[in-house]
Design a binder for this molecule. Structure first.
Ligand SMILES: Cc1ncc(COP(=O)(O)OP(=O)(O)O)c(N)n1
Ligand code: TZP
Ligand code: MG
Length: 380
């Protein structure tokens, strides 16, 4: 705030000691929130958490404006602060992102409590607002720490993923598990269970079996359409279409640690998806295929538009991994690659006896397209 705009009704001067506590902790809390926000944004790609942390940071700045800023600045005395040299060894060591997050959340919470307590002497309204911010922080911080462990791992695997296979539930559970093993061996990164012919109980049981085997094999496991079954089976995520439950509602069911994918068929839907909390998008249908019939094919023109949209955004945290889908296989992968896509989802092409060779061949071609991979830092 401009010092001239300091409109706090200063009817008294507060002791410098109090002002120093408030000044130091206002800075500490704001810096802590910014560190956590950057982690959610750039390291974890956690869109919903990033925006909640940003709102908290802004609300804190608004609350701090209730303090007499000139008095705060006059009281600032970094050189005379006996605490600046009193550092501990652990303050200078951060071994991984989890460590940064737990240090940041602890520090921010402590700073908010100090602000609140000392703020009560100066401005009761400010103290009340900080108290509310502190309560909101408890929830957001708990989620952030959890996302760091499970969600962060899922998101970094998603960022690296290139080949995504859609499968049905198979003849029986054993057949499905075998197929998953084969696809994983062939280097498939993500497998989606897409089967509308199964009753809910059987679909759930297949989902549970898939969660267990993909967990062992290091493959992401996504359930098509059904957020409830994805949550109940502890799958890595869910994929929904434009006519299904909105992404925000899906999130309420599966939580922030799960992957949510969204189908897109035109560039407006892609932009909407980038503004939502979806973690990746499916783009298509590109070509006619055997799995699903369509009247319209946005085709490779659409893929080119999506590639341009992604590369036009300087800030890659504003985009999401995009998988081309629809009739894609070894015979047309070159066209997809030429459209700038380094990731595909396939069903029909990986359903036959040659599925492993197809998956390998497709992968080799896709690897010629660089994909943005910001999540290559050690999160564990
Ligand atoms: C990765 C991926 N992309 C697109 C789709 C299609 O989803 P949707 O439009 O909801 O159609 P159905 O698969 O539900 O028939 C997908 N499943 N996966
Ligand atoms: C579900 C879906 N949505 C767009 S294309 C498609 C089917 C993908 O299967 P295939 O790879 O066999 O065309
Ligand atoms: Mg669907």
């Amino acid at each position: 705030m401009n010092p001239d705009e300091d409109h706090h009704p200063v009817d008294r001067e507060y002791p410098d000691t109090i002002m120093r506590v408030l000044d130091a902790n206002a800075n500490r809390a704001a810096e802590g929130l910014r560190t956590l926000e950057e982690t959610a944004r750039f390291v974890l790609n956690a869109h919903a958490l990033t925006s909640r942390l940003k709102t908290l940071r802004h609300d804190l700045a608004t609350a701090i404006q209730l303090l007499p800023r000139m008095q705060l600045l006059r009281a600032r005395d970094t050189a005379g602060d006996v605490g600046t040299n009193a550092t501990t060894q652990s303050e200078h060591q951060r071994s991984n992102v989890r460590h940064i997050v737990s240090a940041g959340t602890g520090r921010t919470q402590q700073a908010l409590r100090c602000l609140e307590e000392y703020g009560k002497i100066v401005d009761a309204e400010m103290a009340k607002r900080v108290e509310q911010i502190r309560y909101r922080c408890y929830d957001v911080f708990a989620e952030l720490e959890q996302v760091c462990v499970l969600g962060g791992d899922r998101l970094s695997r998603l960022q690296r993923a290139r080949v995504y296979a859609l499968i049905d539930g198979g003849e029986d559970e054993t057949a499905m598990v075998q197929r998953i093993g084969l696809l994983a061996d062939a280097g498939v990164d993500i497998i989606q269970l897409r089967d509308r012919s199964l009753d809910d109980r059987t679909l759930f049981e297949r989902a549970v079996a898939g969660t267990a085997v993909t967990g062992r094999l290091g493959v992401l496991w996504i359930i098509n359409d059904r957020a409830d079954i994805a949550a109940a089976s502890n799958a890595d995520g869910v994929h929904v279409g434009q006519e299904e439950l909105p992404v925000g509602q899906v999130r309420r069911i599966v939580g922030s640690q799960s992957i949510v994918g969204l189908s897109t068929h035109d560039i407006h839907q892609v932009r909407e998806a980038f503004a939502s909390t979806a973690d990746y998008i499916g783009c298509g249908p590109v070509f006619p295929g055997i799995t699903k019939q369509f009247e319209r094919f946005p085709g490779c023109d659409f893929l080119c538009e999506v590639s341009r949209e992604i590369s036009s955004r300087a800030d890659h945290s504003e985009t999401r991994p995009a998988f081309a889908i629809g009739g894609i296989g070894a015979s047309n992968i070159d066209q997809v690659v030429r459209a700038g896509f380094g990731r595909v989802a396939m069903s029909g092409a990986i359903a036959g006896a040659d599925s492993a060779e197809v998956a390998r061949e497709v992968r080799t071609k896709l690897e010629t397209v660089p994909i943005d991979n910001p999540a290559d830092m050690v999160i564990a």
